[in-house]
Design a protein around this ligand. Structure first.
Ligand code: PMP
Length: 306
């Protein structure tokens, strides 16, 4: 049912899924010069609702900035397009993928004279790492590939080309029987997953690598920091986490718009805590789902109703 969708918004128009095509000499295909977002729309008692859409759009425009990419559509236009895309396809909950990239013109590395193309797709997408993962957690492998350093590329921009690193790390982990990778930064400290931020729990307090650790400034990371603090936890969100701290953590979990809040039960065959979803993770995770499914009126300003 993943493909129970037939429409894509592309450069200002709704087009049939099969017609959402680009030229093979598209700049972004050759040089990874695209930026994208991944957001979710949740089914709530007030109908489908985009979660933290404003923040995703803000990051979308921020990601374009280092590449001097002018997106031809305003935030209001992209929001209207997304809401209509969801309505037209009658989706209740879905994943939303806005993308902007340099299109076809000349094939020099300079994107000068290449048009900026913009598209949005939305489709039903369940738990990214599987339903079982949310409940029981996953095993992760420390990748032999290090994360790009923020001195080499803007790691806080969600750039398509950067995801070759995520692909390498994730596939290496899966070849070795793990569900996902955990990637260290150039300094050898814990950075993040291929598409997730990571949290560590020790003595009832939460720790997550700071923004200077070459990570993406995750919106779910921010959501979890807010929710955990509101639940009364202390959150250390501007720290370095050494590799060795993973082994002695009480709990570990991933966060992401796709991965939501996914417990980690093993790192490289070392069991974390008692090898199942820990109590703090469970507390934060259940609060997260209570909020995104809008079973509470708090945090209503995080929603954009379809
Ligand atoms: N890090 C990376 C590399 C990612 O791709 C993602 C997914 N966008 C995240 C972290 C989590 O970010 P968010 O919570 O905003 O989805």
């Amino acid at each position: 049912d993943e493909m129970d969708v037939d429409t894509i918004w592309m450069d200002g128009e709704f087009v049939d899924w099969d017609d959402a095509q680009v030229h093979v000499l598209t700049h972004g295909l050759h040089y990874g010069s695209g930026i994208f977002e991944g957001a979710r729309c949740y089914e709530t008692e007030r109908g489908p609702a985009l979660f933290r859409w404003e923040e995703h759009l803000e990051r979308f425009y921020d990601s374009a900035q280092p590449y001097e990419m002018d997106i031809d559509y305003s935030a209001a236009e992209l929001t209207e397009a997304t809401l209509e895309l969801i309505q037209r396809q009658d989706l209740s909950s879905c994943y939303i993928r806005p993308v902007a990239f340099y299109g076809y013109n000349s094939l020099g590395v300079s994107p000068e004279d290449c048009p900026t193309r913009t598209a949005i797709a939305a489709w039903p997408w369940g738990a990214y790492l599987g339903e079982d993962a949310l409940q029981n957690g996953i095993d992760v492998m420390i990748s032999s590939w290090r994360k790009h350093a923020s001195s080499q590329v803007p790691t806080n921009a969600k750039t398509t080309g950067l995801y070759v690193n995520s692909l390498l790390a994730g596939e290496e982990a899966r070849r070795n029987g793990y569900a996902e990778a955990l990637v260290l930064n150039k300094e050898g400290n814990v950075a993040e997953g291929p598409g997730e931020n990571v949290f560590l729990v020790r003595d009832g307090e939460l720790y997550t690598p700071g923004l200077s650790e070459s990570i993406l400034d995750g919106i779910t990371r921010d959501t979890v920091i807010t929710l955990a603090e509101d639940l009364g936890y202390t959150v250390h969100d501007n720290v370095s986490i050494s590799r060795g701290e993973l082994n002695t953590a009480d709990e570990l979990f991933f966060t992401g718009s796709a991965a939501e809040v996914t417990p980690i039960r093993k790192v490289d065959n070392v069991t974390i805590g008692d090898g199942s979803r820990g109590p703090v993770t469970e507390d934060v995770q259940s609060r997260f789902f209570e909020v995104v499914e809008r079973r509470t009126d708090e945090y209503d300003d995080w929603f954009e109703y379809v």
